[in-house]
Design a protein around this ligand. Structure first.
Ligand code: UT7
Length: 322
């Protein structure tokens, strides 16, 4: 069975913060951040929580798809920064967007920066099984909630935002996914803070701040992207020259340059917007897709590979035809 994406949306958080502005609060510089990552600015949310950004992106995707919102019967939100432990952000989106059909199911997915790929894979499985007709798939984050602004090795890298798509069955357009995880390496990228019972608190320091061993994640990331592109090309029986766009998780420009060089792929085939958004984890791929749609870069029938990688460790990719 085939699957198509019929609508795209995004939401920017309210406040654009430049590298130079950040350097007033943490010991860093615009030159260091740009040279080591390619990031120029990021958006931070002031008053909006993850479900607010997710709902904005969802409404834009629904409008773009020109479908009756009542026909949406699955809402998936990929996030690592939910509004709370429960209910899910997806349930909050359902309420905020007025999608309260009795036959609609909503739930969240946590696969960190691979979350949107995993959510698309879940949605495809539900669509193909015939359980649902129209899936609203969102990646949304307010990472500023878990950044330690005394830690220059992480606070300069991340931003807030949301992106959304509408997926449904198609008669012609192919979609497939490849997803993996490696739990033994979970310690290199973490955010531990949950309420612990007193017994546990004695043994374990718990902080919600995001911590990352940057170089270890960099080494993992370049291997993960190569693995994903190779496997997805094998599954589709296509050569990379037949792919129009590669849309990677937007973590670091140097990671993408390294992979492009190693795999001998033209850097121009990779869509990059991390200079404007920084790393928005689960939101980075759908924000990029929505931007591409708005700019007219996703033309009918184009072949696209999306690549995610991040905490877990998790990695994976999606192939689709626009
Ligand atoms: O979304 C999940 C996936 N995440 C990623 O893919 C991130 C992967 N990792 C990276 O992108 C890079 O490793 C970083 C951007 C996090 C770091 O870049 P790096 O080139 O690996 O830098 P480094 O960690 O080797 O640090 C080099 C130096 C250090 O100083 P010394 O020890 O050489 O004196 C750091 O303390 O740069 C220093 N440094 C900074 N200096 C100014 C680290 N952060 C900063 C900063 N400003 N913000």
């Amino acid at each position: 069975m085939s699957i198509e994406i019929v609508g795209y949306g995004l939401a920017q958080a309210e406040q654009a913060v430049t590298n130079t502005e950040l350097s007033n609060t943490v010991e860093t510089s615009d030159a260091w951040i740009q040279e080591r990552t390619g990031i120029k600015q990021r958006y931070f949310s002031i008053h909006k929580n993850t479900s607010d950004l997710a709902s904005e992106a969802a409404m834009m995707a629904i409008q773009d798809a020109k479908i009756d919102p009542k026909t949406i019967d699955l809402i998936l939100v990929a996030t690592i920064t939910p509004d709370g432990m429960m209910p899910s952000v997806a349930s909050l989106v359902q309420a905020k967007c007025g999608l309260n059909e009795q036959n609609c199911l909503s739930y969240d997915i946590n696969a960190a920066c691979t979350g949107f790929i995993v959510a698309m894979q879940n949605a495809q499985a539900m669509l193909e099984a015939g359980f649902v007709q129209n899936a609203l798939v969102i990646g949304a984050e307010t990472l500023s909630k878990i950044l330690d602004f005394n830690d220059r090795t992480t606070s300069v890298l991340f931003g807030d935002g949301a992106g959304a798509i509408i997926m449904r069955r198609s008669s012609t357009k192919k979609m497939l996914h490849y997803t993996r995880s490696e739990g033994d390496l979970q310690g290199v990228l973490t955010s531990d803070g949950l309420a612990l019972n007193p017994e546990m608190q004695i043994n374990q320091y718990s902080s919600h701040f995001l911590r990352m061993q940057g170089q270890a994640v960099f080494r993992f990331a370049v291997k993960a992207i190569e693995d994903v592109i190779t496997k997805v090309l094998q599954q589709t029986n296509l050569h990379v020259d037949q792919i129009d766009w590669i849309v990677p998780h937007q973590a670091n420009r140097r990671i993408i340059e390294y992979v492009a060089n190693k795999m001998n792929i033209d850097l121009a085939k990779f869509y990059l917007n991390l200079d404007q958004y920084g790393n928005t984890s689960s939101a980075s791929i759908p924000i990029a897709l929505s931007e591409m749609k708005t700019k007219g870069l996703l033309k009918e029938g184009m072949r696209v590979i999306c690549v995610g990688f991040g905490a877990g460790l998790t990695w994976g990719g999606s192939y689709f035809e626009s």
